[in-house]
Design a binder for this molecule. Structure first.
Ligand code: GNR
Ligand code: NI
Length: 175
């Protein structure tokens, strides 16, 4: 197991479309486990492979609380095959957009088809925060961040702050 560095926006790799995996083999299973370790340490409730610089269609999620047993999802090639007509708004954050949060509207429920860690095709019906989170993760695989769902004004304010924070972190002029 290994923790992987998480990319922070703006980064061209976060804007790229990731490629499907041909098969969930040992290498993809290792990636899934490293991503889960990285996500738990962050901490976060979901992580997509492009956030660790790997442009493959792999995501992991775990919405269990601190006082609950872990219940990880490991998904390759996740596809949304149905969405509800009704929407839900959630105050989203992202490990690649640190310290910024904004309300995003998405379909309230969805059905996701994916390959599990044993290369077996599965489907889940997601509601509530799981629905929001799995849609957020699949967006990452298409180069889309939650800030892309905001007005360009709000998005640009956040992006400018992220650029500034990166420059300061790189040893720029102290505030
Ligand atoms: O940890 C995370 N929390 C979160 C909260 C609301 C909506 C989406 C998320 S996903 C995020 C981790 C992350 O950046 N996944 O890509
Ligand atoms: Ni994210």
């Amino acid at each position: 197991m290994a923790q992987l560095p998480i990319l922070v926006a703006p980064d061209p790799r976060l804007a790229k479309k990731s490629l499907p995996v041909a098969e969930v083999d040992g290498e993809i299973r290792q990636l899934m486990d490293d991503m889960l370790e990285t996500m738990y340490a962050a901490p976060g409730i979901g992580l997509a492979a492009p956030q660790v610089g790997v442009l493959k269609r792999v995501i992991v999620l775990d919405l269990a609380g601190d006082d609950e047993a872990p219940s990880p999802f490991k998904m390759a090639n996740p596809e949304i095959i149905w969405v509800s007509d009704d929407d839900a708004e959630y105050n989203e954050g992202c490990l690649s957009v640190p310290e910024h949060y904004a309300d995003v509207v998405r379909p309230a429920s969805c059905v996701v088809r994916y390959l599990d860690e044993n290369n077996v095709q599965r489907e889940i019906t997601a509601e509530g925060l799981l629905s929001t989170c799995v849609q957020h993760e699949i967006d990452h695989l298409d180069g889309v961040l939650f800030i892309d769902h905001l007005t360009s004004l709000k998005r640009n304010i956040i992006l400018r702050k992220l650029v500034k924070a990166k420059k300061a972190g790189a040893g720029g002029v102290p505030a």
